[in-house]
Design a protein around this ligand. Structure first.
Ligand code: ATP
Ligand code: MG
Length: 553
């Protein structure tokens, strides 16, 4: 989708930098913290960073996948593996450019020592509360720490002892010495190192001091010679400190930070903390629950990667914060699947249709198009027999106005086959219709209705004799309100109780043999995918990816 004539403001900056010779090529990075699974917001960032590298491949452009794993307490290798798999699934490749920020711990340390030596950092031994209080606020300037003017040698020695494990957590920190009166609170001597006696997944127990994100991130970018460091808008006020670090540390390159607006989606929560809560509290079945906005969730839901990339392209890159309607994503999924997904028949709410004039024990081969608009997708054969499954709502005992399907003495066409006329029906004790009877009109297969026969609709069906029982999971939005984050009782209070309905359905026999993640349209019903985890030929399981139309309007 790089056919867009107009570049977004970031691509424009990069094009200018290449044209002016400021950079010979561009190196971007996608820097997830491995503390959760990737979500659709990350997809926007991945498409931007890897997309720029692809578009500028002729200049040797690259995009690094960098795990920002400097915080020991929250990270797990499960997340590293899932993040790699998700980036690949989305269609991107980091090649050899896989990095872990934790490999740079020694470099961060050296930079910190360099700052101390130059009088630009000091060890502060105030309590965390004192540090917080003395930072002031928007109206009140900060007050300098009593340790701010301590000699360089003293800070050097204390910092080494911090590293050596001589202090408990909270007893000492390293702070950059910038400006306690700065109007930007970020610049009021930010903490750049803290003590954490924690095990790290990569470095084990080698360290007990860890750099703060704002200090480590620009150094990671510089170390990897990133040219353009693209991040979301909330980092805009941190940019002066980003530049300060780059300016005052011995770094091999000077990356430029550029901010863009994050993706927010209606009917969705997107913070990893909240997604983790949904998983931990078993409100969903896992990170890959098809209702989750995680990439593994939407993948299992049957959203094609290409549709997600198209969606990100359509949303675009701007500096305006807003909420994107999730219907736009669903539109892209529908639009893509409409073109690529073959058609199949499945009956989700089955009622028996008995064709009384069809000879017992016989069946007929029916040839059906796999796609109404794409003959190249070929045809398939399904068997028709005396007893079929049809949807319960394709019969009405007392047909309402403009209802053109089955009712007493009414005609309807069975998709790809004959016209039938309803001759009767049967109900159970509760009044529910359990069987519909009809007669078929020989000679109407592939032919118009005979004179005097009113037939305005076709319905789908599955042969009761040949069909296969399948579990069908109808997924809907996970939340009932557009802005779950703003719900009075918290986002958990607005979970949609009907976000999953599990049905016992009947499907065409061939659907038992499809591979997991195979997508099709169930005619008249929507787009469905064979479940990535649970689908088996002995027990087919299909997830609804998206309905044929937007029913939320
Ligand atoms: P969360 O807020 O969900 O915890 P995060 O920003 O902490 O996400 P990171 O792993 O730090 O998650 O993010 C990796 C990259 O993805 C960062 O560059 C971040 O800016 C980007 N990113 C995260 N969320 C979004 C979003 N909603 N829209 C666009 N980019 C995002
Ligand atoms: Mg983060």
């Amino acid at each position: 989708m790089s056919d867009s004539p107009k570049l977004d403001f970031i691509r424009e900056i990069i094009a200018d930098d290449l044209a002016s010779g400021k950079h010979a090529t561009t190196i971007t990075r996608f820097p997830p913290e491995p503390n959760g699974y990737l979500h659709l917001g990350h997809a926007k960032s991945i498409c931007l960073n890897f997309g720029i590298a692809q578009e500028n491949a002729a200049t040797g452009a690259r995009c690094h996948l960098r795990f920002d794993d400097t915080n020991p307490s929250k990270e797990e290798t499960e997340y590293v593996d899932s993040i790699k798999a998700d980036v690949k699934w989305l269609g991107f490749d980091w090649g050899d450019d896989l990095f872990f920020a934790s490999d740079y711990f020694e470099f961060f340390y050296d930079c910190a020592v360099h700052l101390i030596r130059n009088g630009l950092a000091y060890v502060d031994q105030q309590t965390p509360e004192q540090i917080k209080e003395s930072r002031g606020n928007l109206n009140v300037p900060g007050t300098p720490s009593p340790w701010r003017e301590r000699p360089v040698e003293e800070s050097l020695e204390l910092f080494a002892r911090m590293r050596g494990g001589e202090f408990k957590e909270g007893e000492a920190v390293l702070r950059a010495k910038i400006d306690m009166a700065s109007p930007n609170i970020v610049m009021r001597d930010p903490v750049i190192y803290r003590i954490m006696h924690a095990h790290h997944h990569n470095t084990g127990d080698a360290w007990c001091i860890y750099p703060m994100y704002d200090f480590a991130h620009p150094l990671e970018d510089a170390k990897e010679k990133i040219t353009h460091s693209l991040c979301t808008l909330e980092f805009e006020i941190h940019r002066p400190f980003y530049d300060w670090v780059i300016e005052h540390c011995p770094v091999p390159a000077k990356p430029r930070q550029i901010e863009f607006s994050r993706l927010n989606l209606s009917y969705t929560v997107m913070s990893k903390r909240k997604l983790l809560q949904l998983v931990k509290d078993a409100l969903v079945t896992g990170w890959d629950d098809p209702r989750m906005p995680t990439l593994s969730g939407i993948r299992r839901r049957g959203y094609p990667a290409e549709a997600v990339r198209n969606f990100c392209h359509r949303v675009g890159i701007t500096k305006f914060d807003g909420v994107t309607d999730v219907a736009l994503l669903e539109f892209e999924v529908r639009d893509h699947l409409n073109t690529v997904a073959p058609r199949r028949m499945a009956v989700l709410d089955p009622v028996k249709l008995v064709i009384e004039n069809w000879p017992q024990g016989t069946s007929e081969d029916i040839e059906l198009d796999n796609h109404p608009k794409n003959p190249a997708m070929g045809t398939r054969h399904v068997a028709m027999s005396r007893e079929l499954w049809i949807e319960a709502d394709d019969f009405q005992e007392v047909p309402e106005k403009k209802y053109f399907r089955l009712g007493p003495d009414r005609y309807v066409r069975l998709r790809g086959a004959y016209i039938v006329k309803c001759t009767g029906f049967e109900k159970d004790a509760s009044g529910k219709v359990i069987e519909v009877r009809c007669e078929y009109l020989p000679g109407t297969k592939g032919a118009d209705a005979p004179e005097g026969v009113q037939c305005k609709a076709a319905i789908h069906w599955v042969s009761a004799e040949h069909g296969v029982a399948a579990e069908v999971r109808l997924y809907d939005r996970l939340f009932t309100v557009a802005d779950p984050d703003a719900a009075e009782g918290g986002f958990v209070s607005v979970i949609n109780p009907d976000s999953l309905k599990t049905l016992a359905a009947w499907v065409e026999p061939s659907l038992a043999d499809v591979a997991p993640e195979w997508s099709c349209q169930f005619e008249r019903l929507g787009y469905f995918v064979a479940d990535r985890c649970d689908h088996q030929s002995s027990k087919p399981v299909f997830n609804r990816s998206v309905a044929l139309r937007d029913s939320w309007k």
